[in-house]
Design a protein around this ligand. Structure first.
Ligand code: MOS
Length: 709
C-alpha cells in the first residue's frame, strides 16, 4: 500500500462542497424552467369522490394542474430489481384510490415555486373514507415473499436447519425475548428533488439524486417508452442517501410525465413533510429471539422470528433475518419473516436494511444470554464464532471477527469491567459498559472505467458510478494516482452521469469493491497502450508527438467466487454510557469501533463512514422514530426539527480501527466495503451498556428517557 491508501487523502470533492461549487439536483439552472408542487391526500384510506381544480387553475402564475382526471401517460415498468425498479409499483395518479396519507394526488405547475405551492392548496378534494390500518397490532401478517432473488441481497426469510424445538427444550441455559424497533426516516440533508428536461418528445434529461444512474436511466426509459440511450441521468453530487435515492419515486415519475406533456423543463422539490410520507422509511419491526446454550456457553439453538410492515402499493420486507444464519454457529437454527400491510407509504432500504434492526435484536439477546450464563459477552461471541455461512453452506473469506473483538476489548479496557450491574458510578450518575458485534455482507457489481492521460499533464477518470457523500471520488482518485504514479491533484474524476461507462450502484456498500478493481485495470491498461511505466512518461510522449491523449477503458466483474466463499465484513463496538436516573438523562461517553472490511482504500474516508454510521446508530438507539397519527394516518414528523436525531452534543469521540487483511478471494484489490456495517450492532451495544449501568433491560427502540426513568 502506498501513501494515499495508508494515510488517507482528503476529500477530492471537499472544497467544492464547502464552497457551494458542488451543484445538487435542484440547483441546476435550465432556461424556461417551471415549478411543480405536489397535491397530497389527507386521508389514509379511501377514494377521491371529487376534485375541483378551477380555483387553483386560475391562481396567478399557474400553468397547469394535473390530477387523476387528466393524468399524463406513463407506461408500467417491469419493476424488477435488476432492470427497472421503482419504489412504489402503483404509478402516480393512476386511479382515484387512496392507500396512505400523503399519497400524491396531483401536481400544480406554475412559474414559481411559491405560486405553485399556493395554488396546490387551492385544489379542493372530497373523499369517501375507509377505516385505515395504522397500527401494527391491527395488521394481518403473512409469510414474507422472497425479495431480490436468491442470489441477491435478501433470500426468503423462512429457513431452518436441525431441530430447533427439541434442542431448545433440552438446552441448559436459554433466553427468549421480544425486541422492537420504530419507523425510522432516512432524512438526508439534501431533500428529494428532480428536474426533468425533455429536449423533444423522445429525448429526456433528468437531474435527480440517484444512487444508480444506469438503473434510473433504464427505468425512466421504460416509463416513457424510450430506448435507454434517449434518457440521460445527471447526478454529480448527492447530499446523502441511505437507500432512499436508488430508484424513481412517484414524484419523480410524475414530474417527468408532466414535463413531457407540457414540453417544458419542470422542477419538483419535496418539502420535508412530503418526504416523511412519500420517500420511504425503515419499517418498524417486532423480533422474537430464542437462544439456547449448553453449560459451556456454546449455542445449540437460535430462533429469530420477525414481523415488519409494508404498504398496499408495493411489497418491502425489512430483512432482519438476513444476518441470523451468518452471525453465530448453531446446529439448530430457525428464521421466519412475516409481513403486515398498513395504510402507510412503502418502507424501503435504509442503511444496513435487515442487519441494523436484526443485530439490534440478536446482539441484545446475546448479551442477555451472557448474563444468564455468567460469561463475558466478548467470550460468548468468541466461543460461538461461525466458520461458515450456515444458510449458504460456504466458508467465510478473510473473516477477522475474533480480531475485531479482541482488539476492541483491549482498546476499550474491557478487562477492567465490573461484573455486576449498577456497580460503576461517577458524579452521581450510573456508568455502564456495553459491546456488540457488527456485520454486513461484501457485495460487488460489474463496472467499467475509462482513463484518459492528457497532454496538459492531468489524468481523467470517467465512470457513471457515484458518490453520495461516501468518499467515492476520493477513493477513485487515490487509486488512480497510485497506479499511474501521479499526485492526487493531477487526477480529475467525473462520475454520476449516465453518459459515462457503467459504474454500478452506490448501494449495498458495494461502490468501492465494484469500482476499485476496474479503476486499477483501466489505469494499467492506459499505461500499456502508451507503452510506458508511469503517466509522466506518457505525458512526455504526448508533448513530443502533439497528440491529445492516451485513453483506455477496462471492466471488472465478479465471477464464480460467490459460489466458493461467503463474503462478509465484521466488526465490534464497545461503548460507555452514563445514566442519570433522577432526571432521565443518558449520555454516550465513549466509543470504540473495530472493523474488518478487507483492504482499506482510504483510512480517513473509511473511518468517516464508520463514524457517520455509529452516529446514525446512536440516533436509532436513543431518538429516531416517526410515529403515525392513529386517526389520520399521517406521519407526525413535519421536518428535521420534529424528527429527533443526534447533534454534536450527543456524540462522543468515536475511535475507529481497521484490522484484518485484504480479501483477495473477493476481488483483485482485496477491498470489501464500509458504508453500512458501522450502524449494525450500535443500538444493542448501547442497550447492553444501559443494562450494565442500571440493571434495566430495555428491548424497545428508541430508548427515550421515559424508558429508563
Ligand atoms: Mo443502501 S440501504 O444499500 O443504499
Amino acid at each position: 500500500m502506498n501513501k494515499a491508501t495508508t494515510t488517507g487523502i482528503n476529500r477530492k470533492d471537499g472544497r467544492a462542497k464547502v464552497t457551494g461549487a458542488a451543484i445538487y439536483a435542484a440547483e441546476h439552472q435550465i432556461p424556461g424552467l417551471v415549478h411543480g408542487y405536489l397535491v397530497t391526500a389527507n386521508i389514509a384510506h379511501g377514494r377521491i369522490t371529487s376534485i375541483d381544480t378551477q380555483t387553483a387553475a386560475k391562481a396567478p402564475g399557474v400553468i397547469a394542474v394535473f390530477t387523476p382526471q387528466n393524468a399524463p401517460p406513463i407506461f408500467k415498468p417491469s419493476n424488477d430489481f435488476m432492470n427497472s425498479k421503482i419504489y412504489e409499483a402503483r404509478l402516480p395518479l393512476s386511479d382515484d384510490k387512496i392507500y396512505y396519507a400523503g399519497q400524491i394526488i396531483g401536481l400544480v405547475v406554475a412559474d414559481s415555486l411559491e405560486r405553485a405551492r399556493h395554488a396546490a392548496h387551492l385544489v379542493k378534494v372530497e373523499y369517501a373514507t375507509l377505516q385505515p390500518i395504522i397500527e401494527a397490532k391491527n395488521a394481518k401478517f403473512q409469510e414474507s415473499p422472497p425479495m431480490l432473488g436468491e442470489e441477491m441481497i435478501f433470500e426468503k426469510g423462512n429457513f431452518a436447519i436441525g431441530d430447533f424445538d427439541s434442542t431448545m427444550a433440552a438446552a441448559t441455559t436459554k433466553i427468549t425475548a421480544t425486541y422492537t424497533t420504530s419507523n425510522e426516516l432516512q432524512a438526508p440533508m439534501e431533500p428529494h428533488a428532480i428536474i426533468a428536461h425533455w429536449q423533444d418528445s423522445d429525448s429526456l434529461t433528468i437531474y435527480e439524486p440517484s444512487q444508480w444512474v444506469l438503473g434510473s436511466q433504464r427505468t425512466y426509459a421504460e416509463l416513457f417508452g424510450l430506448q435507454k440511450e434517449q434518457v440521460r441521468i445527471i447526478t454529480p453530487f448527492i447530499g446523502g442517501a441511505f437507500g432512499c435515492k436508488a430508484f424513481p419515486w412517484p414524484h419523480g415519475i410524475l414530474c417527468a410525465a408532466v414535463a413531457r406533456q407540457l414540453q417544458r423543463p419542470l422542477k419538483v422539490v419535496l418539502s420535508r413533510r412530503q418526504m416523511t410520507a412519500n420517500t420511504g422509511h425503515r419499517s418498524e419491526t417486532e423480533q422474537k429471539i430464542s437462544l439456547g446454550a449448553d453449560a459451556d456457553g456454546k449455542l445449540v439453538a437460535i430462533d429469530h422470528a420477525v414481523k415488519s410492515i409494508t404498504s398496499p402499493v408495493d411489497t418491502f420486507t425489512e430483512p432482519c433475518t438476513i444476518i441470523t444464519a451468518a452471525m453465530y454457529a448453531a446446529p439448530n437454527l430457525r428464521t421466519q419473516q412475516e409481513l403486515g400491510v398498513m395504510n402507510v407509504g412503502i418502507a424501503t432500504f435504509m442503511r444496513a436494511p435487515g442487519e441494523a434492526p436484526g443485530l439490534w435484536a440478536l446482539e441484545s439477546a446475546m448479551d442477555e444470554l451472557a448474563w444468564e450464563l455468567n460469561i463475558d459477552p466478548v467470550e460468548l461471541r468468541l466461543k460461538n464464532e461461525s466458520k461458515e455461512h450456515q444458510r449458504r453452506g460456504l466458508p467465510f473469506s478473510a473473516k477477522h471477527f475474533a480480531e475485531c473483538l479482541r482488539v476492541g476489548a483491549q482498546q476499550f479496557g474491557w478487562q477492567d469491567r465490573p461484573k455486576q450491574v449498577r456497580s460503576l458510578s461517577r458524579e452521581h450518575k450510573l456508568i455502564g459498559w456495553g459491546m456488540a458485534g457488527a456485520s454486513f455482507p461484501g457485495l460487488r457489481d460489474s463496472a467499467s472505467v475509462k482513463v484518459r492521460l492528457l497532454a496538459d499533464g492531468t489524468a481523467e477518470i470517467l465512470t457513471s458510478g457515484n458518490d453520495m457523500g461516501t468518499g467515492a471520488y476520493t477513493v477513485v482518485a487515490g487509486t488512480a494516482a497510485e497506479v499511474l504514479g501521479l499526485s492526487v491533484e493531477q487526477i480529475r474524476v467525473k462520475m454520476g452521469d449516465s453518459l459515462l461507462p457503467n459504474g454500478g450502484l452506490a448501494g449495498g456498500s458495494q461502490m468501492t469493491a465494484t469500482l476499485v478493481p476496474a479503476v486499477i485495470k483501466a489505469c494499467e491498461e492506459v499505461l500499456k497502450t502508451a507503452q510506458v511505466a508511469t503517466a509522466q512518461e506518457a505525458f512526455n510522449i504526448l508533448h513530443q508527438s502533439g497528440e491529445n491523449a492516451f485513453e483506455a477503458t477496462a471492466s471488472s466483474a465478479p465471477s464464480d467466487e460467490r459460489k466458493k466463499w461467503a463474503f462478509q465484513s465484521w466488526g465490534a463496538h464497545f461503548c460507555e454510557v452514563s445514566v442519570d436516573e433522577e432526571i432521565g438523562r443518558l449520555q454516550v461517553n465513549r466509543w470504540v469501533s473495530v472493523m474488518n472490511i478487507g483492504r482499506v482504500m482510504n483510512a480517513k474516508t473509511a473511518a468517516s463512514q464508520v463514524r457517520g454510521a455509529v452516529i446514525m446508530g446512536i440516533g436509532q438507539a436513543l431518538m429516531e422514530q416517526c410515529l403515525f397519527d392513529p386517526n389520520l394516518g399521517y406521519p407526525v414528523v413535519y421536518d428535521l426539527a420534529t424528527y429527533h436525531f443526534p447533534t454534536h452534543a450527543d456524540i462522543p469521540r468515536i475511535e475507529v480501527t481497521f484490522v484484518g487483511k485484504p480479501d483477495f478471494n473477493f476481488n483483485p484489490a482485496g477491498v470489501r466495503g464500509v458504508g453500512e456495517i458501522g450502524i449494525t450492532g450500535v443500538s444493542a451495544a448501547i442497550a447492553n451498556a444501559i443494562y450494565h449501568a442500571t440493571g434495566k433491560r430495555i428491548r424497545d427502540l428508541p430508548i427515550t428517557p421515559d424508558k429508563f426513568l
